[in-house]
Ligand binder design. Structure first.
Ligand code: UDP
Ligand code: MN
Length: 300
């Protein structure tokens, strides 16, 4: 019967479409996107995160690692500011299923370290700029790693452990040719610190905190093509610059204002926030009137 024939044809075509969709859809709806996914077509994002021991460390790293689990082709370089690697960070990384490299180096607190003025809107956690030795160690590792890698396509993003990252910021940074920039929310005393764009180029910056910085951009507001670190083996962060100048210190090796690539819809969208975790105030158990059960054996 012609009627049945037509139905069979439809059925056959339908099945073919289904099989083709199944074969070519890289992310079927029923498959959870997981970080372990590696695509040869996407540049690797090397996220460089210094971290240090404090009460909210595990909470911050948990939140961050669980964001990163949704990012394809991501390699997390975590550098502890410590003489030895801690079990807490080692276990967190192991259990995360992320691709990672775990390093450590303690910040040198020498007399020669440039004191950082305490009057910082961005944050006044101490007299030393944080993360310098840690990020430099990560860059040494990166150069060694890229030297050995056949596929050197990648992008480097310096990620503080307590910021908030939308998945969209990772999509943006894969577009980077040399150095890409975008706005950062809640930083420098402003709702948003951002490059100003005209005719597709960065023409200036909307920054209130130290606007005289060569690049008044927060660490979270840019990413750099990884191969540039091979072209510039001398590029590194420095202890000798005043607070807020680390971003300019590294960017100066690779780019100029005119060459910056504005991303996130011509720098009109906020996909990353410089959030800061409040220092928790914990009661001293010795001073409590009612005894409490000791909890030192529990990792928090
Ligand atoms: N950090 C560190 N050692 C320190 C202080 C900070 O390794 O003594 C790390 C911290 O974990 C974070 C980055 O350096 O990933 C930036 O520090 P922080 O978030 O305190 O800076 P702020 O929020 O004040 O810009
Ligand atoms: Mn922070």
């Amino acid at each position: 019967m012609p009627f049945v024939n037509i139905k069979k044809q439809y059925l056959a075509i339908g099945m073919l479409v289904f099989v083709l969709l199944f074969l070519f859809n890289t992310r079927p709806a029923f498959q959870c996107q997981f970080n372990a996914e590696v695509s040869p077509y996407l540049p690797v994002i090397y996220g460089i995160t210094p971290t240090y021991v404090r009460l909210a460390q595990k909470a911050d790293l948990t939140r961050l690692s669980q964001t990163l689990m949704h990012v394809k082709n991501f390699h997390w370089v975590v550098i502890e500011d410590s003489l030895e690697k801690t079990k807490l960070v080692a276990n967190l990384l192991k259990e995360s299923n992320l691709k990672y490299t775990h390093l450590n180096i303690k910040t040198h607190k020498t007399k020669h370290s440039t004191p950082v003025p305490l009057m910082r809107i961005k944050g006044a956690r101490g007299l030393l700029a944080s993360g310098v030795e840690q990020r430099n160690l990560a860059l040494d590792w990166l150069r060694g790693h890229l030297d050995k890698s056949e596929n050197k396509a990648g992008v480097v993003y310096f990620m503080d452990d307590d910021n908030t990252y939308s998945l969209k910021v990772f999509d943006e940074m894969r577009k980077v040719k040399r150095v890409g920039v975008w706005p950062v929310g809640i930083v420098g005393g402003m709702r948003v610190e951002m490059p100003l764009v005209s005719d597709g180029k960065v023409s200036g910056y909307n920054a209130w905190w130290k606007p005289f910085r060569p690049f008044p951009i927060d660490m979270a507001g840019f990413a750099i093509n990884a191969t540039l670190f091979l072209e510039h083996p001398e590029a590194k962060f420095s202890r000798k610059v005043q607070s807020g100048f680390q971003e300019s210190e590294i960017l100066k090796y690779f780019t100029t204002k005119e060459e910056l690539e504005p991303l996130a819809d011509n720098c009109t969208k906020v996909y990353v926030w410089h959030t800061r975790t409040q220092k928790p105030s914990i009661l001293n158990p010795k001073k409590l009137k009612r005894p409490i059960v000791p909890d030192d054996h529990i990792e928090v």
